[in-house]
Ligand binder design. Structure first.
Ligand SMILES: *Cc1c(COP(=O)(O)O)cnc(C)c1O
Ligand SMILES: [Zn+2]
Length: 559
């Protein structure tokens, strides 16, 4: 069967009454019952037959799943290589949290730096197919940026209505693509109203967000890709593709998780996966209508009229119909709605950058903050397979994130003199001064690397490493570090042995020791440690900040 045979094998189906019509273009409402939630449905039997043969030959981008996208004619495709983003293992984060299967979908790598590029590519393609030349979109930033880029390519004029809370850098980017920027000094929900009024008065096309099929259908591709990528990372299962145990995303309108859920339903129909993931929807505590409404057991979301969060991208007070969909799914299949404070979000943003080199925008970081919370409350188990949507790139690095001391100043004297070099060298020397020394005695190279990484992100530590007990003892005698981080389970001389040797030697008996262990200790073992060490920390139960706080306490004031 050729690809073109699929052209018209798309139907629109009313979620309310099930009425089905062949797809000719987006519909505003069901012609039978007036229902506004309309799904695209496809010829799954044909897709099941076609995909195994053709998918292999297609590039890894979102259009490889085009049989399950509603565009009729490929000639209308507006594309810039969106989708096909890597699924990455959160290596250091996983070590820190004691959770080996945390992956993230790196949606920062889209053409405009957020997962809205998938939505824009399909939405603008559909506009092109409908002959639309001018359109309106309301946005908290990323949709406007993405739609502006794609509409520039398609030759469509875009009017972007933005709440004035959107950072000026984002607004300028929208303008750069040649869109008309309308800044509305109000919340996002009010901005949406203003845009809708404007569209009605001018009789212009307005993007319908979650209510339109473009957004939801496009977001399915995140899930298709994830399902294809997971077996490469965690091994093959019973089915060709795999579903994670959890999909975590920061949500505003909720298009992402709705699309992801729909995609797994389709993959089940196609026999490609054997289970559905649980969805975790994370919101900012100052604007968490879904979380609040779910707690109250409501079927429809109660809007938040006065959002209080710095995470503007997800400051949607009125989540609309996605909530009803998601709350039903989560009630029936498990999953979670969770709120995180801005402080927790900015902390997560910092942690991901420091630990795994991943710099993301606050909205994306909210999903990671949610992950931390759900792991610590036991809702997500540490051995479960988790995919977090890293939904957008750092933009901009907010000043309240780093505090005041994020840069070091090197002052160069104004008048050149013989002493300039000396003065400069003196200052630079000072920069490099290591005030404290810490020895890591740990046999697992990954754990050593993580500890070193955590230590490197704050303070001026000289770091020594030993990869077994015997060389740990030798290192302690030679360097007399200010603090030792000691693992218990090591081949040869184990942590208990190291501790005994250190304590029985006058040279080393005063060095404070923090034991870091993955081992469940017996009462007897605890007794052996008691009085000998400063602190016992269980792997996976502390964050980088907590460890640093302990270290600062001990190493600055070895008493
Ligand atoms: C839009 C957006 C979200 C929220 O997406 P929804 O699924 O529509 O709720 C999260 N993060 C980023 C970066 C976004 O741009
Ligand atoms: Zn209907």
């Amino acid at each position: 069967m050729s690809d073109t045979a699929f052209k018209h094998r798309v139907w629109l189906e009313c979620a309310q009454c099930g009425h089905r019509v062949p797809y000719t273009g987006p519909l505003r409402a069901c012609e039978k019952c007036g229902g506004q939630w309309i799904d695209a449905v496809y010829d799954y039997d044909a897709v099941r037959e076609l995909w195994p043969a053709v998918l292999q030959k297609r590039p890894f981008d979102m259009w490889r799943y085009r049989e399950l996208l509603p565009l009729r004619d490929d000639a209308n495709k507006v594309t810039m290589g969106e989708g096909g983003t890597p699924l990455l293992h959160a290596t250091n984060l996983g070590l820190m949290l004691g959770a080996p299967h945390i992956y993230f979908k790196d949606e920062r790598q889209g053409p405009t730096g957020s997962f809205k590029d998938r939505q824009a590519s399909l939405a603008i393609s559909l506009m092109k197919e409908q002959g639309i030349t001018e359109a309106i979109v309301a946005s908290t930033g990323n949709v406007a940026i993405s739609y502006s880029a794609y509409s520039a390519l398609a030759g469509i004029k875009m009017w972007a209505f933005l709440t004035s809370l959107v950072p000026p850098e984002k607004m300028r980017e929208v303008a750069l693509y040649g869109s008309e920027v309308v800044k509305v000094t109000a919340t996002y929900d009010q901005t949406k109203k203003v845009a809708a009024d404007f569209a009605a008065r001018k009789n212009m096309f307005i993007d319908r967000g979650i209510r339109g099929i473009a957004a939801r259908e496009a977001m399915k591709t995140v899930a298709f890709e994830m399902a294809e990528q997971l077996p490469l990372l965690i091994g093959e299962g019973e089915t060709p593709w795999r579903a994670p145990d959890w999909y975590i995303q920061a949500v505003s309108g909720g298009m992402g998780p709705v699309g992801v859920w729909r995609a797994y339903e389709e993959m089940m129909k196609l026999g490609l996966v054997d289970k559905m993931p649980k969805l975790a929807c994370i919101q900012a505590a100052g604007c968490a209508p879904m979380v609040n409404s779910f707690k109250k057991g409501l079927d429809e979301a109660e809007p938040v009229l006065n959002p209080q969060t710095l995470v503007i991208t997800i400051a949607t007070g009125s989540p609309g119909p996605a909530y009803s969909f998601l709350s039903r799914v989560i009630r029936e299949h498990g999953g979670a709605f969770e709120a995180v404070t801005d402080e927790e979000t900015f902390r997560a943003m910092h942690v991901m950058a420091k630990l795994d080199g991943i710099s993301m925008e606050p909205a994306a970081a909210a999903a990671f903050a949610g992950l931390f919370k759900l792991l610590s409350t036991g809702v997500i188990k540490r051995d479960e397979v988790v995919v977090v949507n890293c939904s957008g790139h750092t933009f901009p690095v907010e000043k309240h994130l780093l505090g005041d001391e994020w840069a070091r100043t090197v002052e160069v004297p104004e008048t050149p003199s013989v002493s300039v070099n000396e003065g400069l060298l003196g200052t630079l020397g000072h920069l490099d001064e290591r005030v404290q020394s810490i020895a890591i005695v740990e046999d697992d190279p990954k754990a050593r690397l993580l500890l070193r990484r955590i230590l490197q992100t704050r303070g001026d530590y000289r770091i020594f490493e030993a990869d077994d007990g015997a060389s740990g003892i030798e290192l302690a005698r030679r360097e007399h570090p200010d603090l030792i981080l000691l693992d218990l389970m090591m081949p040869g001389v184990d942590g208990f042995g190291v501790l005994e040797a250190l304590k029985s030697d006058d040279e080393t008996s005063d060095i404070p020791v923090i034991v870091i262990t993955a081992k469940e200790l017996t009462a007897d073992e605890r007794a052996r440690l008691s009085g000998q060490i400063e602190m016992l920390m269980e792997k996976g139960s502390f964050t980088d900040e907590e460890l640093l706080d302990e270290i600062l306490k001990r190493a600055n004031d070895p008493s």
